[in-house]
Design a protein around this ligand. Sequence first.
Ligand SMILES: NC(=O)c1ccc[n+]([C@@H]2O[C@H](COP(=O)([O-])OP(=O)(O)OC[C@H]3O[C@@H](n4cnc5c(N)ncnc54)[C@H](OP(=O)(O)O)[C@@H]3O)[C@@H](O)[C@H]2O)c1
Length: 360
Amino acid sequence: MLMKRRCVFYKESRQTKVATADGSSPVFKVRGVHLHEQCLFHSFSLSSISPRRHHIPSTKSFPIPTLYLLTPTLMTSPRKTVLITGCRGIGIGNALAREFHAQGFRVFATARSASQLDDLTALGIEAITLDVTSREQIAAAAAEVASRTGGTLDILVNNAGKACTIPALDATDDDIKGVFETNLFSVVYTCQGFAPLVIKAKGTIVQIGSITQMVPLTFGSLYNATKAALHAFTDTLRVELEPFGVNVTEIITGGVKSNIAGNSKRRLPPTSIYLPVEDAFIARQGTSQDGALDTDAYAKGVVQQLSKSTPPRWYWRGSFVWPIWIITTFFSRGFMHYIRRNTFGMDKLRALVSSGKIKV
Ligand SMILES: NC(=O)c1ccc[n+]([C@@H]2O[C@H](COP(=O)([O-])OP(=O)(O)OC[C@H]3O[C@@H](n4cnc5c(N)ncnc54)[C@H](OP(=O)(O)O)[C@@H]3O)[C@@H](O)[C@H]2O)c1
């Protein structure tokens, strides 16, 4: 009987485009019910809007809000909302915004200036100005999202971040404060700023972490430290938000194509004890992009996981994640040190020091 009804409905639901006199969004006639074009791209199946099942009077034109009120299917599955930080450019944030949008989410993409996101607004994504280091801008962005969604946010993605490649002993105050401010403190600020919306939605907070939190990647001490701290912060935040029904997910990210390495090559300060291996230091800048995973492929995997009713607490994605997972899961910390200790000129430096060619 059910099969028969479905078949009949399919046959009868052949869409007929109805011209609109005022040139507004075209309307489709589906079994006597008129649907505005955007509805057809909504994440519900046409077979679920049978007038008979949901008591929609036929031969009447309904704008979208009316349909929300009238159809139980739409009432129970409104578009989920997601806000992503750091969406400017060719990186992970931009790809995530496009993929979430493609999967039917309502996306709030943010960047230091909303005008930097024209490529995303052209797709129908909503752009909001947000420099993540500014608590004022976070408060304003949260208020803006609340006013547009009725006070909720299903997913907050803390993506904005920056690299910092410099020997630990050569780092300037700007290096130290800059990378911690962007990669850690700002994440704390945004979690605090958007928490009321996410709690109201019983939603998910997502941190874009890094495998470098557990890999002693030479000349990356500060960046690695921010991601290790982010990991610890995230694990505890998860415990503190669980009573409120909020999930916290860390994407433990390997290499992904992006602009994180930039194009400029930094030189060492003239006082650096690493000058004998400066060529290795210069080569090290940009190595995160060697063999990196395609950004869109990364975004697809991440959005798939975050679309689950209960997203995973940790999700590994990007190049090199498997070997790192295996080493950190099954081997001792000493093994990780052993395989990294001679990278980026450290073997050469050790030889120079032990032969007395470098005086310390
Ligand atoms: N790519 C990788 O291999 C990799 C690996 C592990 C983890 N990650 C993490 O992935 C995240 C995204 O990085 P990505 O690889 O996509 O690099 P990216 O291409 O450099 O993108 C970083 C984004 O963050 C934005 N941003 C930086 N500071 C900001 C601020 N104060 N306010 C607002 N936006 C800000 C940047 O905007 P501007 O251009 O305006 O600065 C840019 O849009 C970072 O957290 C990074 O640590 C990346």
